[in-house]
Design a protein around this ligand. Sequence first.
Ligand code: ADE
Ligand code: ZN
Length: 330
Amino acid sequence: MSLKDLPKLELHLHIEGAAPPAFIRGLAQEKSVDISRVFKEDGSYDFRDFVHFLSVYEAATSVLKTPDDYARLTTAVLEESAAHGVIYTEMFISPDFCGGSDVAAWREYLHAMQEAAARAEAKDGIVMRGIVTCIRHFGPEKAKASALCAAETAGDWITGFGIGGDEGKGKLTDFAWSFDLAREAGLQLTAHAGEWGGPASVREAVDGIGVVRVGHGVRAIEDLALVDQLAESGVTLEVCPGSNIVLGLYPKWDRHPIQALRERGVKVTVSTDDPPFFHTTMTREYEQLERAFGWGAEDFLEISRNALDAAFCDGDTKAKLAERLKDHPA
Ligand code: ADE
Ligand code: ZN
């Protein structure tokens, strides 16, 4: 079976970051918004480094103004994911961008995305769940409003709460109130850490906030005692190797720590983060992992099982997904 057709589970995908540039350009034209600075001449997204990436990301997102825009985006992203063999995807969705964290507006955006996701599931079999995400550089007060939206809509479909954005800004524990509220509402927790922050940021996420998954987390490799703690506790890393390479964390695929983390017993998974920004797809991630580390069907099946175990969905959904993985034995 080709790597493209292999069934895949993706746990770390930002919905706006997955928007094809042509989709964003089309919306900008429809709404007469000038965001030409966002694109290179060849039409791809244009950014220099991580902080510039975040600013380009937000400029591109500024053309997404209505629930219907998010419904269309959901459809486009799920179609692309399904074409790369993804059977289950968790997407980060930010109330900040969907109605300015007003609960009534957020409900309308959510309804539109859920309807689009139901249509995609009926058409392509891809299952989606949402993780409400606050944005670190927007600060703890804005995060509280996002957490309130998350708590109000927690359930079968909104199943997690997390944080993205600029890891260089503030301390993760400044957001503890929001994570506590989300936890009390029954949401499972993840946080971006160990991407731009070192091992201390991963400890802060795991010990200070109590997350069960870490977004990226790869810089844990710089502290082997922490790596052993992650392995023993079963905390799962949402590793996005192609993102890390394009953003300059590691110079080449064969220098990425995903294999070393895995060999030391850490549960790793593979995701694309913001695929068109990083010129990647789930198929491309798999191809590069095959090339760099010689991964084959058995390795990819282990990665999928890790993702299934760590997925923020209910047991019935997991059981159905497990059957679909069984249909494609290594
Ligand atoms: N938001 C979108 N992509 C991100 C990343 N790689 N790190 C932090 N925040 C993000
Ligand atoms: Zn991310």
